[in-house]
Design a protein around this ligand. Structure first.
Ligand code: FBP
Length: 549
């Protein structure tokens, strides 16, 4: 198979590991910390996870006391693609072989459904070598099927037992690791002898907490978007005739938008969490944007850049309540609703919604209404990547500027271009940071399994330091759980980490945004560099640097 010169050069890259693992290999002794609590709803979570609640945080500093027998493990990639997934699998494979050369790794195909339907491949050296340091999830594919029912779990256990597999590694985001947590509990309850370990993946960056400093893929994806935004800024600043509205992925939290703002210093960046905190309406957001357009026009600058987080609409209090109501309504009437034609769907919803919500729904443009009624993902989430918020904002800003112009309050020219950066970043060749971090996460996952641990998330910390100073270990999945409403029911799920408005990265942004709005202080990060000086090639995200000093 033909590969590009960069792929050939990257194939030879040797990812760095934390010193403890690089020195002792992956057969490690787990140093146990104190018992833990879930982030919220402790009584509910404890009752739902009696066998895995309260486990201690573990770290790996010293080698295992005795040799570990060969392990047969199975791995899945779950949810949206994120750069570095292949390196997690490579690290896991190498780690298992290092524990015992007789170990074997199976990859289940197409995400969680592969585990249920028993579709798998068996890895060997040549197979793994083809995917080292490459982007994408094409090694085994991914999917968003939810592992939820006892029937699913029983099939997973039966399939693993038939292959002799005693450990499952789930590489995924908050929803997928929720699956991992529930499956781990079930496997213990059923005395199955199968361990379950997760790895923190998602470009959205919202699977983080005190112990998980970053989800993998966030660094590479935001670097790709940063490059593209920088290029557009140069173009805007050269042509001086367009306002670019750029929607950025991140289904819920605005971490990507904030990171890209700090990297590129655009004129306007909306942060959904702030919009929610200030209980802003769409009209207020539009007025704020139009005010900046007007001010810049008065200074002779009819151009600029606006970054829009993908999940914005879900954070507008009114729309949020509307989406919550729609989710419950659609879940309760799924069969009837699915059988209706588009127009009938709109009518059905308008009639069934409470009066005030129905009015809010009716007031939305038709395209947005249809997008809000589109299928939920298997975890019950609105598929916000399909909602064209950036176009909606352009339309509304344009209309308001027209009004101001008619009143003689605005004299500029507003010509806008819309963009959506999402899929462009999800399968990029992982940055050195993600290549190292992912390989270390996979290697650490093998150590967790080797130590006989289940219900854990592979954790590699101290990420602002060089890789040799990273700390490898595991954190209990139940520690991250709380109760949330999904598909109209209260369910245990891993809590999403939103942008903290009292956190240092957001404060840094606030301290600068007025200056960035008026002046053109654009930064041009350029493409990811894989070879060259460390200060260019090995930098972590701006957010972690600011957060962790
Ligand atoms: P994960 O949370 O599974 O990592 O997915 C994140 C994401 O990339 C979001 O940013 C985006 O809204 C969504 O996936 C798109 O999903 P899909 O790939 O199903 O279109």
């Amino acid at each position: 198979m033909a590969i590009s010169p960069l792929q050939a050069a990257r194939a030879a890259y040797k990812p760095k590991l934390p010193k403890s693992l690089a020195t002792h290999g992956s057969a490690m002794k787990a140093a146990m910390g104190a018992p833990t609590q879930s982030v919220a709803d402790q009584d509910d979570i404890k009752a739902l996870f009696p066998n895995s609640y309260g486990l201690p945080v573990v770290t790996f500093d010293a080698p295992a006391d005795t040799p570990i027998a060969a392990i047969k493990a199975g791995v899945i990639l779950s949810g949206g693609q994120a750069p570095g997934g292949h390196n997690v699998i490579a690290g896991l494979y190498d780690g298992l072989k290092k524990i015992n050369a007789g170990s074997e790794l199976y990859g289940f195909l197409g995400g969680p459904s592969g585990l249920i339907d028993n579709k798998y491949v068996k890895f060997d050296d040549a197979f793994i070598d083809r995917y080292r340091n490459t982007g994408g999830f094409d090694i085994i594919g991914s999917g968003r099927t939810k592992l939820e029912t006892e029937e699913d779990f029983d099939k997973v256990i039966a399939n693993c037992k038939a292959l002799g597999i005693t450990a499952i590694i789930i590489i995924g985001g908050d929803d997928s690791n929720t699956n991992a947590c529930v499956l781990a509990e079930y496997c213990v309850k059923k005395n199955s002898g199968i361990l379950v370990v997760g790895c923190p993946k998602t470009i959205d960056g919202d699977m983080k907490n005190e112990w998980v400093e970053a989800s993998f893929g966030f660094d590479t994806a935001s670097k790709v978007y940063g490059e593209l935004i920088g290029n557009i800024q140069r173009d805007a600043n050269s042509a001086k005739k367009y306002w670019h509205f750029i929607k950025l992925m991140g289904r819920s939290a605005s971490h990507i938008a904030l990171e890209c703002a700090l990297k590129t210093q655009p004129n306007i960046t909306l942060i959904s969490e702030e919009v929610q905190e200030k209980k802003m309406t769409l009209t207020q957001i539009v007025e704020d944007i139009a005010a900046v357009v007007k001010k810049r026009a008065a200074a002779g600058k009819d151009f600029g850049i606006v970054l829009v987080p993908e999940g914005l609409l879900e954070f507008l209090p009114k729309t949020q309540a509307l989406i919550g109501e729609l989710n419950d309504l659609l879940a309760a009437n799924a069969e009837t609703f699915d059988a209706l034609e588009d127009d009938a769907k709109l009518k059905f919803v308008t009639e069934k919604l409470p009066e005030e919500m129905s009015a809010a729904f009716t007031g939305l443009p038709l395209t947005i209404k249809k997008q809000l009624l589109a299928d939920r993902d298997p975890h019950g989430n609105v598929q916000v990547s399909r909602i064209e918020t950036e176009k909606l904002l352009i339309e509304m800003v344009e209309a308001l500027l027209k009004e101001w112009k008619a009143k003689g309050e605005y004299k500029g020219k507003f010509s806008a271009v819309n963009h959506f950066f999402g899929y462009e970043g999800r399968c990029a060749a992982p940055s050195n940071f993600d290549a190292d971090y992912c390989y270390s996460l996979g290697y650490t996952a093998s150590s967790l399994i080797g130590a006989g641990l289940t219900g854990y998330l592979s954790s590699v910390r101290n990420l602002t330091k060089s890789a040799d100073r990273w700390i490898a270990g595991g954190i209990p999945l139940t520690m991250m759980m709380n109760m949330e409403r999904r598909h109209g029911k209260s369910k245990p799920v891993i809590k999403k980490a939103l942008v903290e408005l009292d956190g240092k990265p957001f404060k840094e942004f606030v301290a600068n945004r007025d200056k960035w709005a008026a002046d053109d202080e654009y930064l041009y990060p350029g493409p990811i560099q894989y070879f060259g000086p460390s200060e260019v090639c090995d930098i972590t995200t701006t957010t972690i640097q600011i957060e962790r000093g």
